[in-house]
Design a protein around this ligand. Structure first.
Ligand code: AGP
Length: 612
């Protein structure tokens, strides 16, 4: 989705403002966009200069090279069209009619039509179809000689969500910001002050950032950043982000997705070591969200998330029930945010989100918080909105995930559910300390087991070459294998655009089996011993309809199943779905590559969905 960057440079520093803006926008490309633009304050001519282009940042670079705007303070934006088609006119930044104000915006101004109509009645002419332009026009129209005061007057008139960065022609070294339900972070570096909607844009310059509070204003000059809320100056603490900028590069891999699949052993190790003392075989108490008393009082954990994070939640639901005996419910956040169910005594809510910014997940959390529930979050991004809103956060230590298709975030989310389930089981007295040690020793083997699967990537690649004509793929499994099948099908469809569906293996014959014929590939995941024979029987049902079969699990070399088998290393039933997922990720990746798809930036998708 849309991305914002901004920079105001100190005098006599060598940094080039245009380069910081363009580099920042390039680092935000992974979020998905269709056009991009920048605005700089040209001090000498006292004007705001715009450069905008449809398509890639390379197109914008060309425009910048041709027009050579000058300035040491500017804002930039990558746009993912919502109101108005991708075009230069609709591209951000937007200038107000008299060109005194330039605005970039993430989010949606829900009442923009009413505001636009009113402004048009007052004689204002609009140049775009966007909701954002009303903000620029309102700021210019209601300008009182002080942009902060003007913003304080304009913000209450806006409904919806926004992260705004604003240039005022009268103050060519200053950037004004404001936010409501859309992320925005600020930072000071040696060369000046920065802002961005996402830390990835700033990793080349700094690691210490400030988050702006909901409905707050920030004012950036080259030397300082000031924060204001309800007319009062605020002094928030900065947050240190421990990410390495090289982690946000491809490091020799063809795609971020493949690199991130190969990052998984490290991501699992880092996450595990943060929460668990592997040598002692204990969970680090201070990292866990429940005390013994709270664990015993827990009656239900409701988990809301979207997309891949939802699939991790489904996995979490099984783990919490099986391992800890805690009733759990995974819910799709876009539906759950409208749930009218009253909170239950002993219920705790959890939001799962890699980015920590997904609008529906945030709304579900806000809804539950308003009902008075204790709210936990599981996120990969320190200081993200969901992390800040929650009462307790468990961070996955996966590092920056750039590819739109989530891989390492998912695996570490499932690992955290494994750890949480073990901890709750131990605290509730259903798992002894000795048993816990054994389970932790199993967890500690996961990184190496994932490495072993990654080492067999050629097997996956070769199999994919035999699937050139395959356009319908079904993923079936039971219990946790069904949960991992949901993720396998999503991974494949989002990057290869092939039709893929996940079904609980026993459910197939209640309708969908009508679609199965010799043109289909059916991927059967069978790792759950309690239902193994039943899953294999379901496999025979699709074989009988002529489908080609691929079987994932642990099977002896001389297995009797007449089909391709990809084996995972020996492990418990609860950990097996983590390992089969790695095969599914590689399978999706090579299928998409064979079909020549834009793997890191699949069509129509955005990394972080910050609108409803
Ligand atoms: C993952 O491959 C997807 N692109 C998408 O489903 C994603 O998981 C979803 O939008 C939720 O994102 P979040 O984890 O950042 O909240």
């Amino acid at each position: 989705m849309c991305g914002i960057v901004g920079f105001t440079k100190k005098k006599y520093r060598s940094a080039c403002c245009l380069e910081v803006l363009l580099n920042g926008l390039e680092n935000l490309e992974y979020r998905g966009y269709d056009s991009a633009g920048i605005a700089v304050s040209d001090m000498e001519h006292q004007e705001l200069k715009l450069c905008r282009a449809v398509g890639r940042i390379s197109n914008l670079r060309r425009v910048v090279e041709e027009e050579k705007p000058e300035g040491s303070c500017g804002i930039g934006h990558t746009r993912w069209a919502t109101h108005g088609k991708p075009s230069v006119e609709n591209c951000h930044p937007h200038l107000a009619e008299k060109k005194t104000v330039a605005v970039v915006h993430n989010g949606i101004i829900e009442n923009y039509q009413a505001l636009k109509l009113q402004l048009q009645k007052e004689g204002v002419h609009f140049a775009s179809q966007t909701d954002t332009e009303v903000v620029a026009q309102l700021l210019e129209k209601q300008y009182c000689g002080d942009m902060k005061k003007t913003l304080e007057r304009v913000l209450p008139q806006l409904e919806g969500s926004f992260a705004l960065a604003i240039l005022d022609r009268n103050q060519p070294d200053t950037i004004y910001c404001a936010r409501r339900r859309s992320p925005l972070l600020l930072a000071k570096g040696e060369d000046g002050a920065y802002l961005a909607s996402d830390i990835s844009a700033l990793l080349d310059y700094t690691r210490d950032v400030w988050y702006i509070d909901e409905d707050s204003i920030a004012v950036l000059t080259p030397e300082e950043i000031m924060f204001w809320k309800d007319g009062e100056q605020q002094f928030p603490q900065s947050v240190h982000i421990n990410w390495d900028s090289s982690a946000a590069r491809k490091n020799g891999f063809d795609h971020f997705m493949l690199k991130e699949i190969f990052d998984q052993p490290t991501a699992l190790r880092d996450t595990l070591n943060h929460y668990v003392d592997v040598e002692k075989g204990i969970i680090r108490r201070e990292t866990m969200p429940f005390t013994m008393e709270q664990a015993k009082a827990l009656k239900r954990l409701t988990i809301a998330a979207c997309g891949t994070a939802y699939h991790a939640a489904v996995m979490g639901q099984s783990l919490l029930e099986q391992v800890a005996g805690v009733p759990a419910m995974a819910a799709v956040a876009s539906e759950y945010r409208y749930s009218t169910m009253p909170p239950m005594e002993g219920e705790v809510f959890m939001a799962v989100s890699q980015s920590g910014e997904t609008a529906d997940t945030l709304a579900a959390l806000t809804h539950k918080k308003a009902q008075g529930l204790r709210c936990l979050a599981l996120s990969n991004v320190i200081g993200s909105t969901i992390a800040r809103e929650a009462d307790h956060v468990m961070y996955t230590l996966a590092g920056p995930e750039i590819a739109v298709a989530s891989t390492k975030a998912y695996l570490t989310q499932v690992l955290l559910f494994e750890i949480l389930a073990l901890d709750l089981a131990n605290l509730r007295g259903v798992l002894s300390d000795e048993e816990l040690k054994v389970r932790i020793a199993e967890l500690a083997q996961l990184p190496e087991q994932v490495e072993a699967i990654l080492a067999s990537k050629k097997t996956v690649e070769d199999f994919v070459q035999t699937q050139k004509n395959c356009h319908d793929i079904f993923f079936i499994g039971r219990l946790m294998d069904y949960a991992s099948s949901l993720e396998a099908a999503l991974k494949l469809k989002e990057i290869s655009y092939l039709h893929s569906e996940a079904y609980a293996a026993g459910e197939l014959k209640h309708g969908t089996i009508a679609l199965v014929d010799e043109s289909c590939l059916v991927v059967v995941t069978a790792t759950q011993s309690v239902v193994l024979e039943k899953t294999l029987a379901n496999m025979e049902e699709v074989r009988a309809r002529g489908a080609e079969l691929l079987l994932l699990g642990h099977f002896p070399v001389d297995h009797p199943h007449d089909c391709t088998v990809w084996n995972i290393p020996a492990c418990s039933d609860q950990l097996a779905p983590i390992l089969t997922t790695v095969y599914a990720q590689l399978f999706a990746y090579y299928m998409a590559k064979m079909h020549g798809c834009d793997i890191d930036k699949p069509r129509n998708l955005a990394k972080s969905v910050t609108v409803e």
